[in-house]
Design a protein around this ligand. Structure first.
Ligand SMILES: Cc1ncc(COP(=O)(O)O)c(C=O)c1O
Length: 413
């Protein structure tokens, strides 16, 4: 008797024509990564230039803190919004390091990575059909989290001629009665752009003039190359700071990507109440051991930031150096993040006898070189590609040479 009932429910599921989740992609990066894993399993070398996972280990004191916590039996349910010790430390970090005034630890939420902060943040902020202005290109998951929260992402194109800075004037021109928020990501994935203080101030002014929220994703705050500097949006926003949701991540700053821990700072009482509910129903508290590790990351020595940054800078120069001077490839020296973004011109397609960035991606994948075609970051970036230099330095060096050879249209030596 049970079987017909199951069949009927499957049928009902199939006839729901447009479930919101069906509109999300599985992500080109994931597909390319899985292909590289299959290649690696055959014993062939692969070069993980698609990945955004730092090659470094978390600092020793972070691992130590997690082991100690596990041995001390700190493995039970934890408070929904984070262990109090970590919320206190995050508040201190936001205030002392980022210059963000945080009234209380109740404004601090520990999330399952910045990804989950985006999920929770857009869910508490948006009503169905609300518009969020986003840079284009943008790391895909931002737009998809907006969609998942029943919002609509409104892209603002970034241009190489402007060093991919988000233009406050262009943002303002896209505001409609449905606009709810402006999304900012600096340093920016995928272009490596860093927004200047002046640009951030101008964007905050636009938000203030039009009564808009700002969601500020600062996942790459520590991966930024001199002379460029990171400015936390809320620290510049004056009386508008209460309308800024700030997102942090431990993945890039402390090489803790697999530990899945991030944070969200919100100032509105209503949003904080809603966040408690979304966190309860989505994760019910982040993994306790990761939280003790994150606490150690904030309270312990932070010398690893400089060590990682110096290595990223070396890798950046190797990768961008290998891409420089190739006809049909326009490079941009990233100012932050560990991504190199290139634009592709007709000369490149003609030389390689291909029509699209996907075709070039295929040529590279056959050689074991990870990559991400630009349209994975927005429809406006069909003629672009992203390469990551977060994998280890030897891999970046070897992968860059093959990348150069493929883009020059040369056969293996
Ligand atoms: C711009 C941006 N925001 C957020 C995230 C998510 O980071 P996490 O690992 O903390 O979820 C990423 C990860 O690549 C990212 O590129």
């Amino acid at each position: 008797m049970g079987l017909p009932r199951i069949r009927a429910s499957v049928y009902r599921l199939r006839t729901v024509a447009s479930h919101i989740v069906d509109s999300l992609s599985l992500g080109k990066i994931v597909q390319i990564r899985e292909r590289l894993f299959r290649t690696a399993a055959t014993g062939k070398p692969v070069f993980r230039l698609e990945s955004g996972d730092p090659s470094f280990e978390p600092p020793a004191h972070v691992i130590e803190a997690m082991v100690t916590a596990a041995r001390a039996g700190r493995t039970h349910y934890v408070p929904n919004a984070g262990i109090p010790e970590l919320r206190v430390a995050l508040r201190a970090k936001a205030q002392n390091e980022n210059g963000i005034a945080v009234a209380s630890v109740d404004n601090v939420f520990v999330t399952h990575g910045a990804m989950h902060a985006l999920f929770a943040g857009f869910h508490v902020l948006l009503d169905e059909g609300d518009e969020v202005i986003v840079p284009d290109p943008m790391w895909t998951e931002v737009v998809e989290n907006i969609r998942l929260a029943r919002g609509v992402a409104i892209p603002v194109p970034l241009r190489r001629s402007d060093a991919y800075e988000y233009d406050p004037g262009e943002i303002e021109r896209r505001i409609t009665p449905r606009t709810r928020a402006i999304f900012i990501n600096t340093p920016h994935n995928p272009t490596g752009a860093v927004l200047s203080r002046a640009t951030l101030l101008a964007i905050i002014e636009v938000a203030r003039r039009h009564d808009l929220w700002i969601v500020s994703d600062e996942a790459y705050e520590h991966v930024i190359y001199a002379p460029h500097e990171h400015h936390s949006v809320a620290s510049l926003a004056g009386d508008w700071a209460s309308r800024v949701l700030t997102i942090f991540s431990f993945s890039k700053s402390h090489a803790m990507a697999g530990l899945r821990i991030g944070a969200l700072i919100a100032h509105s009482e209503l949003l904080c109440q809603r966040l408690q509910k979304v966190l309860r129903c989505s994760i019910n508290g982040v993994n306790s051991l990761a939280q003790w590790g994150a606490l150690a990351a904030l309270e312990g020595d932070t010398g690893h930031h400089a060590v990682m940054l110096a290595e990223y800078e070396r890798r950046r120069d190797v990768l961008v150096g290998a891409l420089d001077g190739i006809a049909g490839v326009r490079t941009f020296m990233p100012r932050g993040t560990f991504f190199a973004w290139i634009e592709l011109e007709a000369a490149l397609y003609e030389r390689l006898g291909v029509a699209t960035a996907d075709d070039i991606s295929e040529l590279l994948c056959r050689e074991g070189v990870g990559n991400t075609p630009g349209d994975a970051f927005g429809a406006g970036s069909a003629d672009a590609m992203r390469f990551s230099f977060s994998c280890d330095t030897a891999m970046v060096a070897a992968g860059s040479q093959i990348l150069r050879r493929v883009l020059l249209g040369r056969d293996p030596a």
